[in-house]
Design a protein around this ligand. Sequence first.
Ligand SMILES: C[S@@+](CC[C@H](N)C(=O)[O-])C[C@H]1O[C@@H](n2cnc3c(N)ncnc32)[C@H](O)[C@@H]1O
Length: 325
Amino acid sequence: MIVPQKKWCVTVPKQEGERVRKELQELSLLDERYKIEERNGRLYIPLKGWPHECRYDVEACDVELRPQTLRKGLGISYDTIGDIAIIGWFDGARAAAAELLATRKNIKVVLAAVSGVRGEYRLKDLIFVAGERRTETEHKEYGSRLLVDVSRVYFSPRLATERHRLAELAQSNETVVDMFAGAGPFTVLLARKVKKAIAFELNPIAFRYLKRNIELNKLHNVEACFGDVKDVAPKFPGAAQRVIMNLPHSAFNFLSEALTVLSSSGGFVHYYDVKPENEFPQTIVTVKEFFQNRDRTVETIHLKKVRSYAPRQYHIVVDIKIAPS
Ligand SMILES: C[S@@+](CC[C@H](N)C(=O)[O-])C[C@H]1O[C@@H](n2cnc3c(N)ncnc32)[C@H](O)[C@@H]1O
């Protein structure tokens, strides 16, 4: 018999369940060993512990462990991109991959990451573990279709909620510049909402997928530019009301280019980085000073955790609203 246990759960109306489950997964708060319970039209989503910063209702609730067979596959953490699962390499990875293929019908390929994200193109080294021998897949996210080769193009499904947040913030009359577009997940989602999107990318293979994804999503308002931001940004002076800078670790080196493309009537810069919590205040100060030293007024500046990245390190976003110059 499977005995229920009391655990802290986020409770939300059923229709919000999938979005909130994904968000908790991205923040590494979801305890996937337990089943999500449904009662009276509400879902109870099990958490790993007590969430210190949670914007949803939290209740202690009886939840059941998933059956042992499923738990073996689910006990490992993995990312799903289309029908490809990416796990971290460990002794026993092949058995876990076989379990995943047997229990998750939507997964056809299992790859293992044997390095962190690295290099200018921000790629991980991947090895084949099980299933079909391929690295290309189509990923679906909030109605966007995204074709990617996971071994040759950066893509993280864990940013889905963040991309959706930006799409919700964007206005229909805006031009958006996605400075580090990759295969275009931000570009495609935002282009469906805004007047125009301009995307820069320097990895030729990512650029090829960006172009294919623009076509696949039948978008006619995207200008994709191949090349280094340092070279292509000057071609779009003052073009954007919103600038997306998803290049953690290095975005600071491109803030001048963000200012180049930002409209003189002001707008938003979304600046991404990876930082430990004790460096959050200094990050805000440094970014704010950059703009102030160039005579641009920062109207508002907010830092938000996007997801946990490594022990005590967070992928963060700083939303900066710049006043007209
Ligand atoms: C962290 S990835 C983000 C990709 C995409 N925005 C996403 O969220 O999936 C950063 C991307 O920027 C590209 N990149 C890095 N340096 C660049 C530069 N100087 N100019 C243009 N693109 C650059 C990389 O090739 C990579 O595809």
